[in-house]
Design a protein around this ligand. Structure first.
Ligand code: ATP
Length: 537
């Protein structure tokens, strides 16, 4: 099972500290999100998995970390100043601004078809560089990380003596002044990318392109996405960017639809050719604008043929935030632990009905909040037995707390959810923000607490996993809370650990509880670290 609606993910993310709306206490800033304590761990783990697979584990890759601010000529010769534009229309009725290709001739906000003619809108953020606001001292926040790689091509080549084929990988922030940021962290104005520019001999480009498409699909599968939800799409000739010979988009089935997660393009010699001096002498295949500023020929000397060539470039370019969203969505499940009897469901059903009636009568809610609450409420009541756990999310949606009967609904639903349901994130252990939670069976028992805290310290100092200690509830509740944030293992210290139980053989052992199967095993403390490391994969 994966998430059925974006609301489930937005609500869990806020409730448990994965992702928060940006600048919320000042009314927010559209298109920005902040990663919370668990979100930053998840994001870092995803980036580390990418870096490991693409830089450490390959023999043909180097990494770099270039500046976000670059000389503005970069964006002239990359083509962004001229072509990084979306056609945009304004609604004459409500004055909202939209991307013309996304709205089918009608304003999504007020429904009016009275729109201005489409006009180009440059997506780059312009920013002043230096203290003097003279019209020439500006640059742009980079809209992609790739250009930092092209501009450093010679530096990397000269400092590492690489032979073709080889690649340069980079992760980092990019900025696009998107006209209509939406769908949570799917389309935002500040985001991160993980990009590779892989340089190959002309003629070998098509085979490498195909190979990269396979490699990238396999990598996304390795971080937990399922084959059914990951669809390669070969762009048609009329969809290709002007520089691309072929592009394969990897589409993912997000809760809002099948959309791009990564693009893998064969960019020919366009990029290095565009940023080179003496272009006339290079025998370029791509059509590039004349460059009168570059001080460098971005070529590679082929020792076999004794010729300078401009390498072709294969570019796998993925969004980190879209990756986080895909991984979260895929991992999300609401599960019934055991069936709830009808007499326990009935009062919840009634309280939900009263809540939804009250929402539809409420005059203070915005239309958006009301519609979202009603849609989610109807989805839940459509199959209450299966979806009852979603009511927790429903109650944390915007506007829900202002409904008077919300408290009553919460009072009805919480005990039933606690007893019969769980929300769980089935992350691959490698990606889980917290790897192990150490739980004392009794938080006031000095012996148990000492042993538990000792285990937490030792596991943490092994350096390979984030480990937390949690004593803020009864053990069943603590398991559910760790399930909800995707912690693969809980370690419980109890009286048997101390040797106070009936069975003396359990002394110095703990219970390890597995997130996915909920199975429990007894493991000796002395073997715990090795045991967890092995299961972690
Ligand atoms: P789209 O068509 O969805 O706007 P794009 O084709 O312009 O995307 P690219 O320029 O190919 O995107 O950028 C590479 C990757 O960067 C995308 O596959 C996506 O994962 C990510 N990305 C691009 N724009 C955004 C954004 N506004 N918010 C989050 N991620 C983005």
């Amino acid at each position: 099972m994966a998430a059925q609606t974006m609301e489930q993910l937005v609500s869990l993310s806020k409730r448990r500290g994965f992702i928060f709306p940006g600048s919320a206490i000042y009314g927010g800033l559209q298109g920005t999100y902040d990663y919370g304590p668990l979100g930053v761990e998840l994001k870092n783990n995803l980036k580390l998995a990418w870096w490991r697979a693409n830089v450490w584990e390959r023999e043909d890759m180097e990494g770099i970390d270039a500046s976000i601010l670059m000389n503005k000529l970069t964006w002239r010769y990359s083509g962004h100043e001229e072509t990084f534009v979306d056609p945009m229309v304004d609604c004459k009725g409500c004055k909202m601004r939209w991307r013309a290709d996304q709205i089918a001739g009608k304003c999504p906000s007020c429904g009016s078809a009275e729109l201005t003619e489409p006009r180009p809108f440059n997506l780059m953020f312009k920013t002043q560089v230096g203290p003097v606001p003279d019209p020439e001292s500006f640059s742009y926040l980079r809209p992609e990380t790739a250009q930092g790689i092209f501009l450093n091509f010679k530096h990397v080549l000269d400092s590492t003596s690489r032979k073709l084929p080889f690649g340069i990988a980079q992760m980092g922030k990019s900025f696009r002044n998107e006209i209509t940021p939406r769908n949570f962290i799917f389309r935002v104005r500040e985001f991160e990318q993980m990009e590779i520019e892989f340089f190959v001999k002309p003629g070998e480009d098509e085979a490498w392109h195909q190979k990269w498409v396979e490699d990238r699909i396999n990598w996304w599968l390795s971080v937990g996405l399922s084959k059914d939800n990951l669809v390669p799409y070969h762009q048609k000739a009329n969809e290709l960017a002007h520089y691309a010979k072929a592009t394969v988009d990897l589409l993912y089935r997000f809760p809002h639809g099948l959309e791009e997660l990564e693009g893998i393009a064969n960019r020919t010699d366009y990029d290095l050719g565009s940023h080179s001096k003496d272009q006339g002498s290079l025998g370029l295949k791509a059509r590039v604008a004349p460059n009168s500023h570059s001080t460098e020929k971005l070529t590679y000397f082929d020792a076999e043929t004794k010729q300078h060539v401009v390498p072709f470039v294969i570019e796998p370019s993925a969004g980190v935030d879209r990756g986080v969203l895909a991984v979260l969505s895929e991992a999300y499940a609401e599960e019934q632990v055991k069936p709830a009897p009808a007499d326990r469901l009935k009062p919840v059903e009634e309280a939900l009905g009263t809540f939804l009636k009250s929402v539809s009568r409420n005059e203070k809610l915005t239309a958006d909040a009301k519609n979202a609450l009603l849609a989610e409420g109807e989805r839940i009541s459509g199959a209450l037995g299966e979806r009852l756990a979603s009511i927790t999310g429903l109650l944390s949606m915007p506007g829900a707390e202002s409904i008077e009967v919300a408290k009553k609904l919460r009072g009805q639903v919480d005990p039933v959810v606690d007893e019969f349901y769980r929300t769980v994130l089935h992350f691959k252990p490698r990606l889980a923000p917290i790897k192990v939670a150490v739980l004392p069976l009794k938080k006031n028992h000095a012996g148990i607490v000492d042993v538990a805290k000792g285990i937490r310290r030792r596991l943490q100092s092994s350096g390979s996993m984030r480990v937390v200690y949690d004593d803020t509830g009864a053990i069943g509740k603590l398991y559910r809370r760790q399930d909800e944030i995707g912690t693969p293992f809980c370690v419980t210290v109890d009286f048997d650990t101390l040797g106070d139980g009936k069975d003396a053989s359990t002394k110095d052992t703990v219970t390890v509880r597995h997130r996915d199967s909920m199975a429990q095993e007894r493991v000796a403390i002395s073997e715990l670290e090795g045991y967890l490391r092995e299961k972690m994969g």
